[in-house]
Write a protein that binds this ligand. Structure first.
Ligand code: GDP
Ligand code: MG
Length: 608
């Protein structure tokens, strides 16, 4: 295809502002979908995505649009994952485009997460076309939102779209969709590339398809990708024979080739997504490029937790299910783990909290597994001093169970993030308090049109538990949150154990900052007191650091009056029963045999 007739773009939008709906409209307007097919949002494939309104795996669609100038354009619409946990995948998708549609809800206005994505888009030198969506809503304020876009994002948005302003649209009714197409043809620059140069294609995304094996989404920079070509993945170091090239319209369509500037897919008999890492560069084995494209990064799990089957008999099923999920998501890691309280399970690592939730949910929903998830943990860098038998060394720890002997620890470093929170003014007070309580350091606070944008530096371990939930609840859902990692900082961290009936419950141990340990310990003991049902004996619940108890609660014994039925008659029978009950108590206590309900594990970790 003539390069000047190609437009590659993505859509940036805050969750629920209408990205998927608009994408479907564009596909429909270009003849890719019938009215009936429109009833389902095509770009969001999985149920979970649909229900949560987020996009997990990027998908790309090639459209053919005949513009008002009479020319037919090839439009490649790239759908990017909608969450901050997938920031790297987003950046690879953006790098494959020359422009972006910025979709902003005409009633909601600009949100923090939109901003983060817009800035990323600007960093990729994108031409950004603002689209103010949902203008059909009674609460729509397109003029105000246009001004807000100019003020906050710093791109033109006021005035008619033909003169550089935002396109006004209702993706729901279809109003303005034609204008969106015209604006993107007119404003987004065509790609550049050299057909005769050695092949350089960027690996934008990969996923597992049960029929085709691993499908790889590519953007060709230079050269041409064809069936039968022997290619090399420059970062992965593997070689493959391309057996299919094509695109999605949105139905899968085979093509003769993918030329420079184009986006499409290839298959090459690859069995695991692990072998097709996002960000890799594909070139030919013979006469290939000598340098890979910049920006490759290994996936780096930042949040870890234990996953255990509620029913120990489900362990094999869990092993199989995790293995299957991993076929399609190379960004999470897992290894076997065993816990005294929970039996056999896995320790898994995720890109972020949402990623963790998605995997957990897919395991329980798609694979029908009841799981206990332990407290999420970040990765701590622990500096160990020299001992008689061992040299000083530095280790990374993400499982409280592996926490070393305190006497050997010289220093501990923990990951920090920079959080950007965007909120209506009235919720600012409680949000600042929340950040302060979580050891946050405020770095900036600005107001834009009745809304506050505040940035905090926060330790990631204070965010992994229930920060989002708290933020959402104190702002009644209005605050938005975005974060990036900013590296490690030294912290005075300790391991806190929870003892139930004098037995440490490993699944409840936690790494906490010393200054908040007592408060957290007290909170956990109090919550556990309510979460663990009474038994026939008294149950002490304690929080301890090393040998030192820092908090304690007691669950009173449930006194089951076993003599009640004896009507005071047979006194020897009464005595026997009492003795039996006492013995029962002793045996229970001896084994520390307390049944802790499954919900207690997670609920106990929610901070009050
Ligand atoms: P996404 O999260 O950005 O992909 O948003 P969706 O496309 O899933 O849309 C979120 C919600 O807004 C859905 O309930 C849509 O039906 C609705 N929606 C999308 N566009 C419009 C619009 O133009 N007008 C109205 N009234 N609702 C819309
Ligand atoms: Mg969507």
């Amino acid at each position: 295809t003539d390069l000047s007739k190609i437009r590659n773009f993505s859509i940036i939008a805050h969750i629920d502002h209408g990205k998927s709906t608009l994408a479907d409209r564009l596909i429909q307007a270009c003849g890719g979908l019938t009215e009936r097919e429109m009833s389902e949002q095509v770009l969001d494939n999985m149920d979970i995505e649909k229900e949560r309104g987020i996009t997990i795996k990027a998908q790309t669609v090639r459209l053919s649009y005949t513009a008002k100038d009479g020319e037919t354009y090839e439009l490649n619409l790239m759908d990017t994952p909608g969450h901050v946990d997938f920031a790297y995948e987003v950046s690879r998708s953006l790098a494959a485009c020359e422009g972006a549609l910025l979709v902003v809800d005409a009633a909601q206005g600009v949100e923090a997460q939109t901003l983060a994505n817009v800035y990323q888009s600007i960093e990729h030198d994108h031409e950004i076309v603002p689209v103010i969506n949902k203008i059909d809503l009674p609460a729509a304020e397109p003029e105000r939102v246009a001004e807000e876009i100019e003020e906050i994002v710093g791109i033109q948005a006021t005035g008619p779209w033909a003169e550089g302003g935002a396109v006004l649209a209702s993706a729901k009714s279809g109003l303005g969709v034609e204008d969106v197409l015209e604006a993107l043809v007119a404003r987004i620059p065509p790609p550049q590339g050299d057909r005769d140069a050695p092949l350089k294609a960027s690996l934008v995304d990969s996923w597992y398809d049960p029929y085709l094996g691993v499908v790889i989404l590519v953007r060709v920079i230079d050269g041409v990708l064809k069936k039968g070509l022997n290619v090399r993945f420059m970062q992965g170091g593997t070689q493959h024979l391309v057996d299919r090239v094509g695109c999605f319209r949105p139905k899968r369509t085979d093509l003769a080739e993918i030329g420079p500037g184009e986006i499409g897919f290839i298959t090459a008999q690859i069995k695991e997504v692990d072998q097709a890492r996002v960000g890799d560069t594909i070139t030919t084995v013979k006469g290939g490029a000598d340098k890979p494209l910049p920006g490759y990064r290994e996936p780096q799990p930042v949040v870890f937790c234990g996953l255990f089957p509620v029913d120990a008999a489900d362990f094999e099923k869990l092993r199989e299910s995790i293995g299957k999920l991993r076929l399609n998501d190379a960004s999470f890691t897992y290894e076997m783990e065993s816990s005294a309280a929970l039996g056999f399970g896995f320790r898994a690592g995720f890109l972020g909290l949402l990623h963790l939730e998605i995997i957990q949910e897919r395991l329980s929903r798609e694979y029908d597994l009841d799981l206990i998830t332990t407290a999420p943990s970040v990765v701590y860098r622990v500096h160990l001093g020299k001992t008689k038998n061992e040299d000083a060394k530095v280790i990374d720890i993400h499982n409280p169970a592996d926490w070393p002997d305190v006497n050997r620890i010289d220093a501990i470093e923990e990951p920090w993030i920079k959080a950007t929170i965007y909120t209506p003014d009235e919720y600012l007070g409680p949000i600042l308090k929340l950040c302060q309580d979580r050891r946050g350091v405020q770095t900036n606070l600005t107001y834009v049109g009745g809304r506050a944008q505040v940035t905090y530096e926060l330790p990631l371990n204070e965010v992994v538990f229930d920060f989002y939930d708290r933020l959402k609840s104190i702002s009644r859902g209005y605050a938005s949150f975005d974060y990036e990692q900013i590296g490690l900082r030294e912290g005075d961290l300790v391991k806190m154990n929870i003892l139930v009936n004098a037995e440490p419950v490993d699944a409840l141990s936690l790494i906490v900052h010393r200054t908040v340990a007592e408060e957290r310990g007290r909170g956990m003991c109090e919550r556990l007191k309510d979460l663990i049902p009474r038994h026939l004996f008294k149950i002490p619940i304690q929080a301890a650091i090393g040998g030192k108890i820092i908090a304690r609660e007691t669950i009173a014994a449930l006194r089951k009056d076993v003599t009640a039925k004896c009507y005071g008659g047979d006194i020897t029978r009464k005595k026997k029963l009492l003795e039996k009950q006492k013995k029962g108590k002793a045996r229970m206590r001896e084994y520390g045999n307390v049944s802790i309900p499954q919900e207690a594990f997670i609920a106990a970790l929610r901070m009050g």
